[in-house]
Design a protein around this ligand. Structure first.
Ligand SMILES: [Zn+2]
Ligand SMILES: [Zn+2]
Length: 382
């Protein structure tokens, strides 16, 4: 079983000397490409994503990486443990909901951090990302969506310690840091550094946990319900605090960012809070007037088109647009009239139109609706 596993460095496309920052970068890049949600028709995507996450979990944890570098996949075995899974998959989302604007999915300012004095503080968990797709019509209402997120959780077998058998570090007495005093030209210099023996953990792992390979964390797929507010726009994100990857030993979890993709609608084009619909009527209907069906978010509605309606005329249905995100009210639905001119006339039709032309003059067309065609179009994108 273990022999079929790919080398973790190979999985992430990295050399064995790659610094920690490169590991994180490589994972972020690959995770985006191989995320199961981004590859819905590829059954292998989930496996590849799991493999990636596992490689990342191990290599991003200095202690686990060291163990892996030494032992490879054949790490010392602790007592057999069952894969732990804990927590309520639907819990905790209700009041930690926050929508924000624009592209804020860059590097998290809190990837991992170190205490200033040389003592290594337990790192906060990394942020997780997931994408959801909604239709424009769904975006008009508050909806809930289930998302599956691959996150790193604290290992339940070793309780996040990384080993099933640990002892206190003798070098630092469990403090994780050592003080060194040296004489310099400026006097006595006291500095505190991460304990070189235990790497700042304060404890030494005697038997590496089999379940988490010493990292203290395991990868799990969590299902979460995400509430998407009415009026959300394409590319916006929803931040669920604390729903990202678990932090190290008591450090807080990262956040989950849910990026919302709003699909374009074939009939309703979005322009901020307004919606624009192109109504197609033929030139006879435009001349004689007609009653046309117009799609709205709520369904079809009838609309009166007056005789002599010009191409580009905009009819506005107030308050039939998108809800304003986190504000009251809705935008408008603007119906732009497009007049179809026949392209294939038979002999009889051509004759009829010629007779019509012979009986009409300037007065038939008036001033063509007053304002110019361009003024009419401009009013759409006001
Ligand atoms: Zn463990
Ligand atoms: Zn120590």
């Amino acid at each position: 079983m273990a022999s079929t596993k790919r080398d973790y460095y190979e999985v992430l496309g990295l050399s064995r000397e790659a610094p920690e920052t490169e590991i994180k970068k490589a994972y972020r890049r690959l995770a985006r490409d191989h995320h199961p949600d981004a590859n819905p028709n590829d059954p292998g995507a989930e496996e590849r994503f799991k493999e990636l996450t596992e490689a990342y979990e191990v290599l991003s944890n200095p202690q686990a990486r060291k163990a892996y570098d030494t032992y490879g996949h054949q790490i010392p075995r602790a007592g057999a443990g069952s894969a732990g899974s804990g927590g309520d998959p639907f819990g905790g989302f209700q009041d930690i909901f926050d929508a924000f604007f624009g592209d804020q999915f860059g590097e998290s300012p809190f990837g991992s951090f170190f205490g200033g004095s040389g003592m290594r503080a337990p790192a906060r968990g990394n942020d997780a990302e997931v994408e959801v797709q909604v239709t424009l019509r769904e975006a008009a209402y508050e909806i809930e969506r289930e998302v599956k997120v691959q996150v790193v959780k604290g290992c339940s077998v070793c309780d996040g310690a990384g080993g099933t058998k640990t002892r206190q570090c003798g070098t630092c007495g469990g403090a994780g840091a050592v003080r060194t005093v040296r004489q310099s030209l400026l006097g006595q210099m006291v500095s505190t550094q991460a304990c070189p023996t235990c790497g700042g953990r304060g404890s030494i792992i005697e038997v590496v946990c089999d379940n988490c390979r010493g990292s203290g964390r395991v990868s799990e797929v969590e299902t979460r319900r995400i509430r998407i507010p009415a009026g959300i726009e394409d590319g916006m994100g929803i931040k669920v605090s604390g729903a990202g990857h678990a932090g190290e030993r008591g450090a807080p979890s990262g956040d989950l960012y849910v990026r919302v993709r709003v699909e374009e609608d074939p009939e309703l084009m979005r322009d901020g809070d307004d919606l624009i619909h192109r109504m197609r009527i033929n030139f006879v209907e435009a001349a004689l007037g007609t009653e046309a069906e117009v799609p709205t978010l709520e369904g079809m509605t009838a609309m009166r088109v007056d005789p002599g309606t010009q191409p580009g005329t905009t009819l506005t249905l107030r308050g039939e647009g998108m809800p304003r995100l986190r504000r009251r009210g809705r935008g408008d639905l603007k119906v732009v009239v497009d007049v179809m001119v026949p392209t294939r006339l038979n002999a009889e039709q051509r004759e009829l139109l010629k007779r019509f032309e012979a009986t009409s003059g300037e007065e038939t067309y008036g001033n063509g609706g007053g304002e110019s065609f361009f003024d009419r179009l401009r009013s759409v994108f006001r």
